[in-house]
Write a protein that binds this ligand. Structure first.
Ligand SMILES: [Zn+2]
Length: 275
C-alpha cells in the first residue's frame, strides 16, 4: 500500500497564481487527479488500512487534508488582493457538478483545525484579515455534509502570535516545546474535548503536529499511551512520502502544497512516483 496524502492551507492566498494560492492549486489538482485516473479516499480509510482494520488500499489512491481550519476551508471569501475566492468545500462541490458524483464517490477532505476560540481570534487579527473568518461554526455542517472530517491540530497551534510564555510555561512558536504531560494535555486533550463537543456523538481520531514540529516526548511517550486513551488513531506530519504499511503510526507522512510541489507538473510527477 502506497497512498500519498496531499495537504493544503486555505489561509495561503497571496494572489491568483497556483503557487501562493492554495484554492487555485486545489481546483487544478482535483482536475489533475481525475485526469490521472486516481481515486480520492477519506484520510481515515488510509489510517484504518494502515492499522489493518480493513484491507490495504489498492494502488492509485490519494487522500486530501488541509491545516489550520480557517473559514476559507468552508466559505467563499472576497480577498483584498485575490478577489473572489472559492472555498475548498465549494471547489469540491464544483468538481462534482462538473464530473458527476460517480467520478469521485470518495471525494473527501480532512481538516486539522485549531481548537481554541481565543487563539483563533488572535491569529485572525494578526495573520488573516481580522474579519472574523476564523470560527468553528462551520465544523458541524461540514462534518454532516459527509465530505469533511474535523480533526485535531492542537489547542492553539502554540503559535508565535500568542502571549509568551503560555500556560504551564509553554514557550511559544515551536510545537516541539510540548514536552511533558501537562503541556500535552493542554494542547492535545483539551483540543480533543472541544472539537468532540462539536462533532458529538462522533469524535475526532487524528492529530496533526502544528508546524510539523515533533517532540520526542509526544512521539515516543504521550501519543502511543495517553493519545490512544484519548481515542487517537494516528498522528500526521510532513515527510514527503506516501503512507505505507511500514510508516510510523505517530509520524505519518504527507506532502505539502507549495513546499513539496509547486505546480501541476510537479504534482503529476509526485503522484506518478509516489502512488
Ligand atoms: Zn498548522
Amino acid at each position: 500500500m502506497r497512498v500519498p496524502v496531499l495537504t493544503y492551507h486555505a489561509g495561503i492566498i497571496n494572489g491568483t497564481d497556483y503557487l501562493g494560492n492554495d484554492h487555485v492549486a486545489l481546483a487544478e489538482d482535483l482536475a489533475l487527479i481525475q485526469r490521472l485516473g486516481l481515486r480520492i479516499v477519506p484520510l481515515q480509510e488510509v489510517v484504518d488500512a494502515f492499522l489493518e482494520r480493513r484491507d490495504p488500499l489498492p494502488s492509485g489512491c490519494v487522500a486530501l487534508s488541509c491545516d489550520d481550519g480557517t473559514d476559507y476551508d468552508y466559505r467563499d471569501l472576497d480577498h483584498p488582493v485575490a478577489g473572489p475566492v472559492r472555498s475548498f468545500h465549494n471547489l469540491m462541490t464544483d468538481f462534482q457538478f462538473r464530473h458527476g458524483h460517480a467520478a469521485q464517490p470518495g471525494l473527501h477532505m480532512t481538516a486539522f483545525v485549531v481548537a481554541s476560540p481565543e487563539a483563533r481570534q488572535r491569529m485572525d487579527e494578526r495573520c488573516l484579515q481580522d474579519c472574523g473568518n476564523y470560527s468553528d461554526d462551520w465544523w458541524r455542517p461540514a462534518f454532516l455534509s459527509g465530505r469533511w472530517a474535523i480533526e485535531n491540530h492542537g489547542w492553539d497551534h502554540n503559535h508565535p502570535e500568542l502571549d509568551d510564555p503560555g500556560p504551564h510555561g509553554i514557550r511559544r512558536g515551536d510545537f516541539a516545546n510540548i514536552d511533558n504531560v501537562e503541556k500535552a494535555d493542554y494542547e492535545i486533550a483539551q483540543a480533543r474535548d472541544y472539537i468532540d463537543q462539536h462533532l458529538s456523538p462522533s469524535r475526532s481520531r487524528l492529530f496533526c503536529y502544528p508546524f510539523g514540529h515533533v517532540s520526542d516526548y509526544l512521539h515516543d511517550d504521550y501519543l502511543p499511551g495517553r493519545g490512544v486513551e484519548l481515542g487517537l488513531d494516528a498522528a500526521f506530519c510532513d515527510g514527503a512520502e506516501p503512507v505505507t504499511l511500514s510508516s510510523d503510526r505517530w509520524l505519518l507522512p504527507r506532502y505539502i502544497c507549495g513546499w513539496h510541489w509547486k505546480s501541476p507538473g510537479e504534482l503529476e510527477q509526485l503522484l506518478r512516483t509516489a502512488g
